[in-house]
Design a protein around this ligand. Structure first.
Ligand code: ADP
Ligand code: ZN
Length: 678
């Protein structure tokens, strides 16, 4: 079968994502390949599809067990013979993989790198007729990276022994890592390389200055109730307090950080993966290994540590390509904290300078005056047009020439010999006679009271932006006193000017974040009915919801409203196997959408009773015209069904008190059977 047909029939996609086709072709042709693609770009397809086209087994090396198991499950769901050998396997699972290998039916074999340490594995792979090696997260081979996995070093040897083509994938693009991958995996011989763009156009970008941050997060979450999201927090304690605040506000929320027991962490990971609409408040420990394509939003309650970290963290949202949103909060304390972290770190001085640079890039993005995406992608070496999908494209910043106040502020700092923080400097600029001013005779300075054109809040915004532009840096040895940097010198000397934003604080008040809908208001009830069906099917099969269909597919269904299986097959993400397994279920929802979303049912959504309700509805459907299909049609109202669904235990008597004798006569037995089965 051709790649295009497989894409359609097995994976259910209409078209390749940008970059995928070229990579797939190179891998199918058996060329050594290195593909660098952003997270969510669709890397897995680039080795899964060739694995089906090519003869023999493709062995996939991946560092994350949870991720491997997930991919195997999704592949099997799509009708592909795939298996994994990991330490998480039961003996039965391992046996099944070996059998499929012997029988020659296996197409993809996932494996953790640790397996390669045993000579037996390599022998086994030699006998198994491996035709291709795919390496996921190839940057793990780099000794200098954060994700170094010593066993990745064995992959080069494996390639030599098996003498088959190798395709390596990663989202980490820097030149040093690339160089190391080529050395270690390809023995220094340049593979065909693809460097795919870093834009994730479906992710909305926004920053806001902290102003009652807890409420800012609560408002953001409230506008997205029921959608899966992550709130990244700067401290462990904050993950707990914010999760509690969100839960008190009626959200499904829990916390996650590195200080938790491993078992508790796994529970959160599993819940997040499986459940629809859970919010996790987490430190950055929550990330690697999260492979949920339908995360709808990511918020930062505190500023991330660098532009790379920011990109990686927001990149966890919207991997399915459907709209996703982000909000990053920041304030002067964040800037101080992040600088201090770098200064107090143990890294050598060059590294620290580079870290300050990466933080500066992020602060530049936070204080950006124009399109955030342009700013972000320019950092990664691209030159895009304004995006139309960021807060600044939607509402351009109000800009003013800040040269004069910036010079005043610099002068205040210099004339007090760079020994003070912004609070005292602002008092000087405003001419406030505080005790501190008096004690140090700072009222005698020429700068005293020169800044009365701006009020205190405006000055705070100016100082924050000066720190953001790295004109002033807090000095750790002077207890955070602000010191001028070299960058500020041209402005002080009058050789350069600077534009600043009028503060966003007041503008942000009240206007709140815009509520975004994934579909039009008209289609929203249908989308939630489709999600309820998906949840029901996922619970039945005990798999995460997106394994059934991802959000993007459901959104397309809600918009196009297919009414036949043929039309259904044309929806993106509906492959042959899934059409067969679920097509009819979802068609039913679309054609019967009106009854399906009855408010009585909606109230039960996400609870066990919801699933029971659906079963009652099914039981009733087969009896509407009586057991022989000859009687007068009859059905219970939705609220009656909801009442029945909520009965904990029931007998015929009790049932007839709730729904009456007439209905009990027709449906009683079937209903009790449903209740007994739950
Ligand atoms: P990553 O590059 O991070 O490994 P994945 O391979 O997990 O990304 O893909 C991210 C998401 O994109 C998945 O939900 C996948 O189903 C979806 N996807 C991949 N290729 C396509 C395509 N050609 N059309 C539509 N969706 C796709
Ligand atoms: Zn923009």
């Amino acid at each position: 079968m051709s790649a295009a047909t497989l894409l359609r029939d097995v994976f259910g996609f209409d078209a390749f994502r940008p970059g995928q086709q070229e990579i797939v072709e190179a891998v199918v042709d058996g060329r050594n390949t290195l593909a660098i693609m952003p997270t969510g770009g669709g890397k897995s397809l680039c080795f899964q599809l060739p694995a089906l086209v090519r003869d023999g087994v493709t062995v996939v090396i991946s560092p994350l067990i949870a991720l491997m198991r997930d991919q195997v499950r999704a592949l099997r769901e799509a009708g592909v013979e795939a298996g994994a050998l990991t330490s998480g396997n039961t003996p039965e699972e391992t046996d099944a993989v070996w059998e499929a290998l012997e029988a020659g039916t296996l197409k993809l074999l996932y494996m953790a790198p640790e397996r390669l340490a045993s000579g037996g594995t390599v022998q086994m792979l030699r006998r198994a007729g491996i035709g291709l090696i795919a390496v996921d997260e190839a940057h793990c081979v780099s000794q200098w990276g954060h994700d170094f996995r010593p066993d990745y070093q064995r992959i080069g040897e494996l390639r030599r022994v098996l003498d088959v083509p190798l395709a390596a994938f990663t989202a980490t693009a820097d030149a040093e890592t690339r160089e190391e991958i080529v050395q270690k995996l390809f023995d220094g011989v340049e593979p065909v390389s693809f460097l795919h763009g870093f834009d994730r156009p479906n992710i909305h970008l926004a920053f806001a200055v902290k102003d009652g941050p807890r409420n800012q997060i609560l408002n953001f979450a409230a506008a997205r109730k029921g959608q899966s999201g992550i709130v990244y927090c700067g401290t462990r304690a904050k993950t707990e307090t914010l999760a509690k605040a969100l839960a008190d506000a009626g959200h499904l929320a829990c916390h996650y950080h590195g200080g938790m027991e491993a078992e508790d962490r796994r529970i959160v990971e599993r819940r997040f993966q499986q459940e629809d609409g859970l919010i996790v408040c987490a430190t950055v420990a929550f990330g690697m290994g999260i492979d949920k394509p339908d995360i709808r939003w990511v918020a930062h309650a505190d500023l991330p540590k660098s532009i790379e970290a920011y990109y990686q963290e927001i990149g966890r949202a919207g991997r399915d390509g459907a709209p996703a949103e982000t909000l990053t909060l920041f304030g002067p304390d964040d800037i101080r904290y992040r600088r201090q972290q770098i200064d107090e770190g143990l890294a050598p001085p060059e590294r620290r300078a580079a870290d300050h640079g990466r933080l500066n890039a992020l602060l530049g993005l936070a204080e950006a005056l124009r399109c955030r995406r342009q700013n972000l992608l320019e950092y990664f070496g691209e030159a895009p047009e304004p995006c139309g999908n960021c807060d600044l494209c939607e509402k351009p910043a109000e800009i003013f020439d800040g040269t004069t106040p910036v010079r005043m502020a610099l002068s205040a700092a210099l004339r007090t010999e760079e020994w003070f923080g912004s609070g005292h400097l602002i008092d000087i600029l405003l001419g406030n006679m505080t005790d501190k001013v008096q004690q140090r005779s700072h009222d005698a300075l020429p700068t005293f009271g020169v800044g009365k054109d701006y009020d205190k809040r405006q000055w705070q915004a100016i100082f924050r932006q000066m720190m953001g532009h790295d004109l002033l840096r807090p000095d750790r040895e002077r207890h955070g006193a602000l010191r001028m940097t070299e960058r500020a010198r041209p402005i002080l000397r009058g050789e350069a000017t600077i534009e600043l934003r009028r503060d966003t604080i007041r503008a942000a008040k009240g206007s709140g974040p815009k509520v975004r809908m994934l579909v039009s208001e008209e289609d929203a009830p249908l989308l939630s009915a489709l999600k309820a069906k998906r949840r029901y099917l996922a619970e039945q099969a005990n798999v995460p919801a997106y394994i059934i269909f991802n959000d993007r597919t459901l959104i397309e269904m809600a918009e196009k409203k297919p009414t036949t299986l043929d039309q259904m097959a044309r929806i993106g993400g509906v492959g042959a196997k899934k059409l067969e397994s679920y097509g009819a279920d979802f068609l039913d929802v679309i054609t019967g959408a009106v009854e399906e979303v009855h408010p009585a049912r909606r109230k039960l959504a996400g609870r066990d009773e919801g699933a029971i309700y659906d079963q009652l509805l099914e039981a009733q459907a087969s009896l509407t015209r009586g057991p022989q299909g000859l009687d007068k049609p009859m059905s219970c109202s939705a609220s009656m069904l909801a009442k029945v669904a909520q009965m904990r235990s029931a007998d015929m008597d009790y049932l007839s008190r709730v729904i009456g004798d007439r209905y009990t006569e027709r449906f009683g037995e079937a209903f009790l059977e449903v209740l007994a089965g739950n």
